[in-house]
Ligand binder design. Structure first.
Ligand SMILES: [Fe+2]
Ligand SMILES: [Fe+2]
Length: 342
């Protein structure tokens, strides 16, 4: 791949359009291609194409932001949870989401981007996060529907990511998925209890399922023919299944579990196609999806404002932590110097 010797172009007209790689980069690319072909793992110190790095930073930071912004719709109900037990479960769940954000920011940092940069992009409104978190949580049953459907969709999406080719991302996902399955069960249990409660509670559960159904299906991203990054992401073994494939599996899971709840999905076109062996569903409003993604959803402004003020209010904590770390490091250095002198 290296230019030079007899094969070098004699004049500019013969020069290749794409600049040739240096010997080091060519060897790096060969190693990268070998890792991907073997379905093995790329680690932070391995050479990787810039486009692979950029694509991962985009995906992992968006994922991290979604976890952090996703704390808000549920935190909204911590003070109003109907019992102490529900309150403590919900608090643990919201706290888990903060942890997911931290694992993911750490994974993205191994690609050479700082957490400060990622956070600045988020609070400046320049970074994306999952559109689902821009919908309001208007009743207690929404905690059930979010756990069952939103965390359920997250599991469908994230279990295959445990095998993502980038090591730190895949490993972060393993722990995240374990916690997500607890989240989904707690949501299902909230709905089950409401569905077997008074007629009002049952209606509240059905209403929440009706409102969260379509947004949760849209969490898998646009249809395959309108998803520009998917193909490359699959070639790099980051993504394992297409958006539509995952969405169809998710619908199948909901269709079975909703029977146990004794509720209904607000979609009369849900059916299993025996020929294609896929679950089918009714049309989704992709215009609404684009609007919410563009920042014009019901709660976008509120979510971002809340995140921004929390970031500003927390500045003193970050400063104190940095000063403490500096002090510890200085003490450590002084102790080492003393040991060396002794
Ligand atoms: Fe999460
Ligand atoms: Fe979760």
């Amino acid at each position: 791949m290296q230019q030079g010797g007899r094969s070098a172009p004699r004049n500019a007209a013969e020069a290749p359009v794409v600049e040739a790689l240096s010997a080091e980069d060519a060897a790096g690319l060969e190693n990268f291609d070998r890792i991907i072909a073997k379905d093995s793992r790329v680690e932070p110190r391995d050479w990787m194409p810039e486009a692979y790095r950029r694509s991962l930073v985009r995906q992992i930071s968006q994922h991290a932001h979604s976890e952090i912004i996703g704390m808000q719709p549920e935190a909204n109900w911590i003070t109003r949870a109907p019992s102490l037990k529900r309150k403590s479960i919900l608090m643990a769940k919201v706290q888990d989401e903060a942890g997911h954000g931290l694992y993911l920011y750490s994974a993205a940092e191994t690609l050479g981007t700082t957490r400060d940069d990622m956070m600045d992009a988020l609070v400046a409104g320049k970074a994306r996060y999952s559109s689902i978190f821009n919908y309001p949580t208007v009743t207690w049953a929404d905690m059930g529907a979010i756990g069952w459907m939103v965390d359920g969709a997250a599991i469908c999406n994230q279990v295959p990511l445990c095998r993502a080719s980038y090591g730190p991302y895949g490993r972060a996902m393993v722990r995240v998925c374990k916690e997500e399955s607890f989240h989904q069960r707690q949501g299902f249990e909230i709905l089950l209890e409401l569905a077997n409660g008074t007629p009002e509670q049952r209606a509240m559960a059905q209403d929440a399922v009706n409102r969260w159904y379509a947004p949760s299906l849209m969490m898998f991203g646009p249809p395959d023919d309108d998803s520009p990054n998917s193909k490359q992401s699959m070639a790099w073994n980051i993504k394992r299944f297409s958006n539509d494939e995952l969405r169809s599996r998710f619908v199948g899971m909901l269709a079975e579990q909703v029977k146990v709840l004794g509720l209904e999905l607000p979609d009369d076109q849900v059916r299993f196609d025996a020929d294609t062996k896929k679950w089918e569903y009714g049309p989704l409003d992709w215009e609404e999806f684009k609007e919410v993604l563009a920042g014009r959803g019901p709660c976008n402004a509120q979510r971002l404002e809340r995140r921004r003020s929390a970031h500003e209010d927390g500045a003193w904590v970050r400063e104190a932590a940095a000063a403490y770390a500096e002090k510890q490091a200085a003490q450590h250095t002084a102790a080492n110097a003393q040991k060396a002198a002794a």
